[in-house]
Structure formats: C-alpha cells, structure tokens
Design a protein around this ligand. Structure first.
Ligand code: HEM
Length: 426
C-alpha cells in the first residue's frame, strides 16, 4: 500500500479537491448558516446565494438552461429538510442527470420511482446491517485496517488523512467490487475525472472510457467465474419493474452501479473518518471516554455525521408544483437541502454546534432520508468503527502532533473534510 503515495496525495487532499472542483470556500460556513436560518427555514435562492458566498453548483448542467438559470430554493431546518426528502413524487432525483444524452451515469441515485424502488431492492440486501458487520467487515474491512495499523506500528508519527482515512474506503469498495488495490486507485482517478474536471470534455470522455473498460473486464471475469463479490451478486440479481417484468441487470447497468459505489463510497467515508478522528482527538477526555467504553464509538460516528456531515448539501429538481414549510416551489425549480443546517437545527438539538458523544440518540440527516437514504451507511459506519477501534487498540496514547500544522475542517460548502491529521502515535 506504500507505492501509491503520490496518487493518494493527488486524490485525497480536501483542499486541492475543492480547488480542482472550483468550489473552495475559506470561511466557516456554520456562522453563515446560523445567520441565514434566522431569516427563515426555507428561502428563495440557491444555498450559496442565501449564504452570500461565490456561486457554484454541483448540478450546473441541470440548473443552467437555454432560458437562463432555474429558480433556486434552500432548506435550512430539520423538519422542512425531512419533508423535502420525503416528497420524492414532486422533488426528483433527475437533478443528477448529467447530460440529456446519457441519463444513467449514477444509476439508482438519479432514478425516480417505480424504477428506483425496483433497482434499489435488487441490491439492498448487500448493504443491510448484518452484512455490513458480517460480510463487509469480516471479508474486507478488517484485513485492510489491520494491514494499515501494522504499517503505522513501525512509525512514531503519521498523517492519518492520507495514511488511513483515504485508504480504508477505496480499498474496501474496490475489494468488494473485485478490483485489486492498485487498480482501485486508477479507477477512482478516472472516475473523478469522468464526472467532469477543469481539464475539459476530452479528458472527461477518456476517463469515462477507462471506467467502463475496467468495469467490463471485471464483469466478463465474473460471468465466467462467479466469486464472492458485488459484481457476481449483481450478475445474479433480478429487477422487477412494473410493466417490464422480471429481468437480470444488463452489463451497462452493472457498470453504472459499480461506478456509483466507488464514487459514493470512496470519497464520503474518507472525509467523514477524518472529521470523526479530529473530533475525538481534539479533546483528550473524549478520546479517553470512547477508548475506555467502546459502546460510545457508534454514537460518536453518528455524532460526527450530525455535527459536520462531509456532504453538507443535496439537491432536488421540482417536477411538479409543491410547497415546503409554506413556501411555494414552482415546477422546474431546484431545491438545495442543506443537511449541515438541518443537523444543527436548534429546534431539534440543544447546543447543536457542540460535538457531544453523550447526546440522547436522535436520528440526524447526514445520510439523507427517504427513498434515497444512503444505501452504504452501514458499510460506512463499519469502516469508521473498525478503523477507530484499531487505532485505540494499537495507539492508546495517540495525540495531535503539536509540531505540525493544527488540523481544521476545510473544502467547499458542498464537500468538507480535514486539512490533514498529523499525529504522534506513541
Ligand atoms: C460517511 C459516509 C457516507 C455519507 C455521508 C453518505 C451520504 C449519502 C447521502 C446523503 C445519500 C443520499 C443522496 C441523495 O438523496 O441525493 C447517499 C446515497 C447513496 N450512498 Fe452514501 N454516504 C456515505 C457512504 C457510502 C458508502 C460507503 C457507500 C457504498 C458502500 C454509499 C453508497 C450510496 C449509494 C449507493 C447511494 C444511492 C442510494 C439511492 O439513490 O437509493 N455511501 N449517501
């Protein structure tokens, strides 16, 4: 796992990622979010307009039309965010369609019902909690984390963002899909480029071709020799779509699902693991409390998702007139649902800005809600629990390195993570 350091540096630096995407913000968004929420839970304007920061949008190819920019709305409270996520008959995931000619870049994430329900059902059982704790943890996550911990054991200092957080999720998803470690990074690099970079459409086309070729190679291998992996499972799976009847997934659909898994699972858990470790190490009492009572670890993972979800905003496209919190949303508008704001709604949580592992359990919205609620949330939780447990077992005295730059949370408004996490291990 050492030879690929340069590629990790390139792919897993939160600040560089934001610069590459063009959405870096230097301010702490929470001050702006609190001020904005005072003006109302649902407001006209895109999130960045409401917060008063330079405009950028993940779905710019959808929001910019020939007739100009669509009308935008922003949701900042928990109750209204929940209502928006559950109104999936009118607030559609078509927002994810990347371009009019290829509407299946992100599989289930961009589907609406009944298609979404049928496809999600076909894959759902791979991600339920017993499987995330059993199959995923036992078969893949434990080995990956143990290998990293063993490597860290030879050192006295480390940078955990790059040496641990970046590696666990990408190796987990890739192993589950059937890719070898080295191929996994090449795949992820191509995958990120295939979603569009500043390098232009030619680079994007080439990257897409690489993603498809690498996935197809795996599908061909698994069709001949099925194994214990996601692709073999998907080859055997059936979808049952009303009016279409039962059928197996096509190769193209399997490629798309793998692409979504690598994209959704490779970036999010990386950034969230860094945020979690930062929150635990930032307060010695917190670290010790969890270390001496590991039952607190799962609540700590959930609290990190509430306190600082690494993807603070998701959007929907209104495909019919609707209303959220008394505000009329006309068909054709875009709704930015700000999870980070909803997760710190003072109507739901006391001292919402505080990271509190003893907080009474109450569902947060960091994994979304409703039909599209994160399919991989149990896997993400397993990755973080196994990784932190291993660190606490191997390096009980681990602390933030006082001789290196202090860690802080950075990135865009749309994706956030830790600047770097230099620690003294022993
Ligand atoms: C801390 C880590 C993670 C966070 C914060 C996260 C967050 C989310 C959120 C908010 C959504 C809903 C998006 C929307 O409604 O528009 C989502 C969907 C999804 N996530 Fe995650 N995710 C994480 C990790 C993972 C992992 C590890 C996997 C795969 C193993 C994964 C797979 C998916 C998939 C397949 C969907 C689409 C579900 C659907 O459309 O029905 N996620 N994720």
């Amino acid at each position: 796992m050492k030879s690929d350091d340069a590629l990790y540096d390139e792919l897993y630096d939160v600040r560089s990622e934001a610069v590459e995407l063009g959405n870096l913000v230097e301010v702490d968004p929470f001050g702006l979010i609190e001020a904005a929420r005072e003006r109302g839970p649902v407001q006209e304007g895109y999130l960045r307009e409401v917060l008063g920061v330079p405009f950028w949008h993940r779905h710019r190819s959808v929001i910019e039309t020939e007739k100009g920019r669509r009308k935008g709305f922003t949701v900042l409270s928990f109750a209204e965010a929940e209502a928006a996520f559950r109104d999936n008959a009118r607030l559609s995931n078509r927002i994810y369609h990347m371009n009019p000619t290829d509407d299946r870049m992100l599989g289930i994430l961009e589907m609406d019902n009944p298609e979404h329900f049928a496809h999600r059902k076909a894959a759902q059982s791979l991600f339920i909690k017993p499987r995330a704790v059993g199959m995923w943890r036992d078969r893949w996550i434990n080995d990956i984390v143990n290998a990293i911990a063993e490597n860290l054991g030879t050192k006295s200092r480390a940078e955990l963002n790059m040496e641990l957080c970046a590696r666990v999720p990408v190796h987990t998803i890739s192993a589950a899909v059937g890719l070898r470690g080295d191929d996994a990074l090449i795949f992820r690099k191509a995958l990120i480029a295939s979603m569009g970079t500043r390098k232009g459409p030619q680079a994007q086309m080439e990257a897409m071709a690489t993603v498809s070729r690498m996935s197809m190679e795996q599908i061909e291998i698994r069709r001949k020799t099925p194994g214990d992996d996601i692709i073999s499972w998907l080859i055997a799976a059936e979808v049952d779509i009303p009016d279409e009847g039962k059928r197996q997934l096509s190769d193209a659909e399997i490629v798309t699902f793998c692409r979504l898994l690598l994209l959704a699972g490779g970036g999010t858990s990386w950034r969230q693991m860094g945020i979690l470790l930062f929150a635990l190490l930032d307060d010695r009492e917190r670290w010790e409390a969890v270390r001496s009572d590991r039952k607190l670890l799962e609540p700590a993972v959930q609290e990190s998702m509430r306190w600082n979800p690494n993807n603070p905003v998701f959007s929907r496209l209104a495909i019919a007139d609707t209303e959220i919190g008394g505000v009329a949303i006309p068909e054709g508008s875009v709704v930015d649902i700000c999870l980070a704001a909803a997760n710190r709604d003072p109507l739901r949580w006391d001292n919402p800005g505080e990271f509190d592992i003893h907080r009474p359990a109450k569902p947060h919205i960091g994994f979304g809600l409703g039909a599209h609620m994160c399919l991989g949330r149990n896997v993400a939780e397993s990755e973080m629990v196994v990784a932190v447990n291993a660190l606490m077992d191997h390096f009980p005295d681990m602390r933030i390195d006082p001789d290196m730059p202090a860690p802080f949370i950075t990135g865009g408004i749309e994706q956030r993570g830790i600047s770097a996490l230099h620690v003294v291990l022993k």
